[in-house]
Design a protein around this ligand. Structure first.
Ligand SMILES: [Zn+2]
Length: 191
């Protein structure tokens, strides 16, 4: 178990065990014995571009405990309000206060990625032009789309994003910008 309230908590599994330790391998970072193949695939998908790598570093150096679940059971998820598919969800479920500034801090977060929905989005690119915020994702494979989704979701776990939510401002703006940037980089990688 990772002790809480004692500095960096980072990426953990559902039992609170550290998945990736940035201090391993002489500070280059590495997976712990608790990392599963799914965890490693998620990390690989994320670390394919510069922006993905930046998000990965936010994940593994976060002051919050962040859990990532790849849900392979749930059927295709859509938002009943606008019919859009839901590829991932993030909840900050424990908050704290910065002792110095009194600002809200995130202590625990959980990211859930919906495998069947992401699969369906990737399948749809074979017959349609699928866009995210105006940026086509056609030509990207499952791992690449997954990486862009994780990059988006990690942004919600930041203190900045939680503070944006508290001010009733749009919490989607930055995650969307990050995802679009990563999609562009993934396409650039293929040229
Ligand atoms: Zn979002």
């Amino acid at each position: 178990m990772t002790p809480t309230g004692m500095g960096p908590e980072d990426w953990v599994d559902k039992n609170g065990n550290l998945v990736y330790d940035p201090s391993l391998n002489d500070g280059k970072g590495g997976f712990t014995e608790h990392a599963t193949n799914t965890d490693k695939n998620i990390a690989r998908s994320l670390r394919q571009t510069k922006t993905g790598e930046e998000q990965f570093q936010k994940l593994v150096n976060s002051d919050a405990e962040i859990q990532i679940e790849l849900d392979s059971k749930s059927e295709i998820k859509t938002n009943p309000k606008n019919g859009e598919v839901i590829v991932g969800e993030t909840q900050n479920y424990e908050l704290g206060l910065d002792a110095k500034t009194g600002d809200i801090t995130v202590s625990k977060s959980k990211i859930v990625l919906f495998e069947k929905t992401i699969d369906a989005v990737v399948d749809a690119t074979e017959t349609q032009d699928i866009k995210f915020e105006g940026e086509s994702i056609n030509g990207l494979n499952f791992s690449e789309v997954l990486g862009s989704v994780v990059a988006h979701e990690i942004e919600y776990t930041t203190n900045e994003n939680e503070r944006t939510a508290r001010k009733n401002e749009d919490t989607e703006t930055i995650p969307k910008l990050i995802q679009v940037k990563m999609i562009k980089e993934l396409k650039e990688n293929k040229r």
